[in-house]
Design a protein around this ligand. Structure first.
Ligand SMILES: [Zn+2]
Ligand SMILES: [Zn+2]
Length: 343
């Protein structure tokens, strides 16, 4: 089969590889679409230590079943499917509690951090365990399905956030996950969602995707504006989708007494937080990692139109053009959101 291989750091090449073998409960999927994730782009140069070459990356994918192991035969050749990026073991303490994102033996597709190497979906075929595979609802395209992983991250974060109908929510950072979080908060019942980002292009996208108001912190004092919009109280909840000190401080200062802040962004290993604000205003801080069983919900929300992903797809290109698209993303070409490759 054809595959896009990270041969060495910063060097992607189309190569011929053996089609993966499948085990008892595996499914062999003919990949139709696979999105380039920010983590793949960061992984390109070795800075994250999680994409040790040689490796086929890619974990945001969809395609059709071509073959199944004997224990996965409820799926049939031709079934349209997507699959979780997290391969959980199904046997450990956390899997037993349904917290599959916290699995002790968690592997991520298209990742090789040293302890394991799991080739991903920038290839014609990928083999995945049955338990992470989901049938696509009718009407959900393969292109949209490549976005289910990202949507599930936003849905998971909102599911961990105590939102009630009519709340005011804040989203700090409106990149891909931030914009999906705006839509998820609206779907969860927020009457107002206020989006904060220093990039005007991203704010425009956030408004188009349902943000009731947007604030550019370079031009305005975000916390003051939010207080003004909420009778001086602050928002009920805030979701931080950057992962850096300044936006986390903004999220904490933007919520009311007793409010909740969910931390989704994961860039800085450590940040300083305003401890006395958190304690004396009794603010709940909640971390959110990947997703845990939210794939079906994400797909239903997409199929129903409650969460739209099409405006976030910047390009769909053949797999062979992968190296140049990676390069453009690596160089931070402006206005590029999701790029999807078709093996
Ligand atoms: Zn991803
Ligand atoms: Zn487990």
């Amino acid at each position: 089969m054809n595959a896009l291989l990270l041969k060495e750091y910063k060097h992607l090449e189309m190569v011929e590889m053996p089609t993966p073998e499948i085990g008892m409960d595996d499914v062999l999927v003919r990949v139709r679409t696979c999105g380039i994730c920010g983590s793949d782009v960061h992984g390109l140069d070795g800075s994250t230590g999680r994409r040790i070459p040689p490796l086929v990356m890619g974990h945001e994918a969809a395609g059709e079943v071509v073959e199944t192991g004997p224990a996965a035969s409820d799926l049939k050749p031709g079934d349209r499917v997507t699959f979780d990026s997290t391969i959980y073991c199904g046997k450990c303490y956390h899997c037993g509690r349904g917290e599959v994102n916290l699995c002790e033996n968690r592997m991520v597709l298209g990742v090789s951090p040293g302890e394991y190497r799991r080739h991903g979906a920038f290839a014609e075929y990928v083999a995945v365990p049955r338990r992470i595979v989901y049938r696509l609802p009718e009407g959900l395209s393969y292109e949209a399905a490549a976005m289910v992983e990202a949507v599930s991250v936003a849905v998971h974060a909102v599911n961990l956030t105590p939102v009630v109908l009519g709340d005011t929510g804040v989203v700090v950072g409106t990149g891909m996950i931030g914009v999906l979080t705006v839509q998820s908060l609206k779907a969860a019942g927020c009457a107002r969602v206020i989006a904060i980002d220093p990039d005007e292009g991203r704010l425009k996208m956030a408004r188009e995707m349902g943000a009731s108001a947007t604030i550019n912190p370079k031009a305005q004092d975000a916390v003051a504006v939010i207080k003004e919009m909420t009778a001086g109280r602050g928002a009920d909840v805030a979701l931080e989708c950057v992962g850096a000190a300044e936006p986390i401080r903004t999220a904490i200062n933007a919520v009311r007494k007793g409010g909740a802040v969910t931390l989704v962004g994961n860039v800085s290993p450590t940040v300083e937080i305003p401890l006395q604000v958190v304690v004396s205003r009794q603010i709940r801080l909640q971390g959110s990692c990947a997703s845990s069983g939210e794939y079906p919900a994400a797909m239903e929300l997409m199929a129903s139109g409650a969460i739209r992903v099409e405006p976030l797809i910047s390009a769909v290109a053949p797999l062979a053009e992968g190296p140049s698209w990676f390069d453009r993303l690596y160089r931070h070409e402006p206005n590029l959101m999701k790029v999807i490759l078709r093996p």
